[in-house]
Ligand binder design. Sequence first.
Ligand SMILES: *[C@@H]1O[C@H](CO)[C@@H](O)[C@H](O)[C@H]1NC(C)=O
Length: 217
Amino acid sequence: MAKTCIVFITLMALSFSLLASAFDEQPLQDFCVAKATSPVDVNGKTCKEASSVTVNDFVFAGLHLAGNTTNPAGFSATQVFAAELPGLNTLGISMLRFDFAPWGVNAPHVHPRATEMITVLDGALEVGFITSAPDNKLFVKVLRKGDAFVFPVGLVHYQRNVGYGNAVAIVALNGQNPGLVSVPSTVFGSNPAIPSDALAKSFQIDESTVEVIRSKF
Ligand SMILES: *[C@@H]1O[C@H](CO)[C@@H](O)[C@H](O)[C@H]1NC(C)=O
């Protein structure tokens, strides 16, 4: 009787583990070109009818063009996500071009849904990421033309041009919509704002300093 019981429990456990992995992590069709006008929200974009897909749905033109870095950060990102390149919908990959004026910075930020790889095409970039608590260890390196670097998913990271000319980089992410949580603009530019006294206490500064920083975002 005990033996039958053990066999039964084992079979139950096995069937639950099979159930738990009974879904498709990979695309179920050759492609799912994003339908720009669909009112339906799924986890990604709904697919355009296959018969109306053309080769242009898989093309993005313009990564040879420098972004406009005339802004306080001296930085510009040109994104190639599902919105810009509908053919990459559901494929788990995306790309950007980064342009940096001299000493331009891509402020500390997080991509909640993707690991990022960067490769420098021109100039010298200081890049770094910070591990989670309690260590908060900074891994930092100056990259030169041809160097590649990886920022693990979910970690705060930044890039800064430490050269005297412009810097250019290409970035790849393993998500079609990696998400961006910029530390300065989420903390000091949220809508509505985090109460000033909470930020003052959090950063160990006075409220007037909070207001000064907030006014920039
Ligand atoms: C770049 O951006 C600045 C600030 O928004 C703007 O004044 C300038 O006209 C832009 N330059 C180009 C070439 O678009």
